[in-house]
Design a protein around this ligand. Structure first.
Ligand code: 13P
Length: 247
């Protein structure tokens, strides 16, 4: 449907200046696949220095605060991240929903704050293993998406990442049929909120143990428009094959 594949690395709490060479090499891999939009969501401390060497790969953040400024010790506003060189940010990653207790409403507010600062947004959703085993993952994740979706959600500034929590960092992934069914369900849910045409243009990424061995099969699924990649994005050697699989 004309959706450009989006492949983004999430370095989580990994990366020092010693890893800037990997950023540069990932930028070169991105340049070799111009049909794919490639980025790295990095620790905030690396954003400015990475931006200077990342070439064809954009640099993003992993979270932002929902407020513009104020007494929030240790937090970073979207404008600060944009000024440092971020052009995107993740919001609502399951690790923050769990570790920092972020609610769906918080996630929607963060997405709006990011947009106001000119950042594009990857909004994460995904089910626990209990929910998957109970057999109602599509309904639960669709509801989570609609509750987290900011007003004015549109494909030109927002992408969705479906990340089953039990697949993150475990080497386990859902069956291809389950991924296909979930992405179709999420697009249908989006369509009910923003209209089928706009939902048809929005990118829905898969995340959770994506790597060079499984990326091509995952990204060949009709409604899978790219990937949000953790462990396999930390080096160019591992991430370049994922980028290539999207191209
Ligand atoms: P892994 O690719 O390490 O499973 O992490 C996925 C993820 O959480 C990306 O945001």
């Amino acid at each position: 449907m004309g959706r450009r594949k989006l492949v983004v690395g999430n370095w989580k709490m990994n990366g020092l200046r010693a890893q800037l060479g990997e950023v540069e090499a990932i930028g070169a891999a991105a340049a070799a696949h111009p049909s794919v939009e490639v980025g790295l969501c990095l620790p905030a401390t690396l954003i400015a220095s990475a931006q200077a060497v990342s070439g064809a790969a954009f640099v993003g953040a992993q979270d932002c605060h929902m407020k513009d400024s104020g007494a929030h010790t240790g937090c970073l506003s979207a404008a600060m991240l944009a000024e440092a060189g971020a052009s995107w940010t993740i919001v609502g990653h399951s690790e923050r929903r769990q570790d920092q207790g972020e609610s769906d409403a918080d996630v929607a507010a963060k997405a709006l704050a990011a947009k106001a600062a000119g950042l594009k947004v990857i909004l994460c959703v995904g089910e626990s293993l209990d929910v998957r085993d109970a057999g109602n993952a599509e309904a639960v994740v669709s509801a989570q998406l609609l509750a987290s979706l900011p007003d004015g959600a549109a494909a030109d500034w927002l992408a969705i990442a479906y990340e089953p929590i039990w697949a993150i960092g475990t080497g386990r992934i859902p069956t291809m049929e389950a991924v296909e069914a979930m992405h179709r369900a999420l697009r249908t849910a989006l369509g009910g909120r923003i209209g089928a045409a706009d939902a048809g243009g929005m990118r829905i990424l898969y995340g959770g143990s994506m790597n060079g061995d499984n990326a091509a099969e995952l990204m060949a699924i009709e409604d899978v428009d790219g990937g949000l990649v953790g462990g396999a994005s930390l080096t160019a050697a591992k991430f370049a094959p994922v980028i290539a699989a999207a191209g």
